[in-house]
Design a protein around this ligand. Sequence first.
Ligand code: AMP
Length: 182
Amino acid sequence: MRLVLVGPPGAGKGTQAERMAERLDVPHISTGDLFRANLKQETELGLEAKRYMDAGNLVPDEVTVGMVRDRLGDADTEKGFILDGFPRTTAQADSLGGILKDKGLELDAVVQFEVDDEVVVQRLLGRGRSDDNEDTIRNRQQVYRDETAPLLQYYADRLVTVDAVGEVEEITERVFTALGKG
Ligand code: AMP
């Protein structure tokens, strides 16, 4: 399956993406993880991304889309993939559509993780990542509302919505049920 996960920061996308990837035997592709790996290795791309990540802003599309295009060129994505954190704007969604179209492929579904803002702030403050301070969290929530939420309309024809409040295992089951694979 080729899936995209959408939801506000702290909705548990990363955790669910891992579990789904294992069950579906497809790679989990997280743009946030790719940026953090680049940052750790001090690549040019990582250093470029850092200032945006630190502020909770989106890394520019030229950088982000190129990174995803490269990753989707790897052979392990031929059996499918789970995209976590990409696309985050309708422009990125257009780019993804183009990348897939060139390969004759389409997304099977877009899974929306629904959570309350307050639940999310508490979760994020407990996570302790360097971009998890309160100001950055608030900015990331704002960026989500302004830039990413429009994807829910964009993908309305393949959107599957899951209540993402609850136990990890329970939410995974909800996802597979919603995908018709429960
Ligand atoms: P995440 O781990 O998904 O919360 O992403 C952490 C940070 O990486 C975000 O706050 C952005 O600065 C950057 N980032 C991740 N994915 C994207 C994307 N699709 N477009 C632009 N920036 C991104």
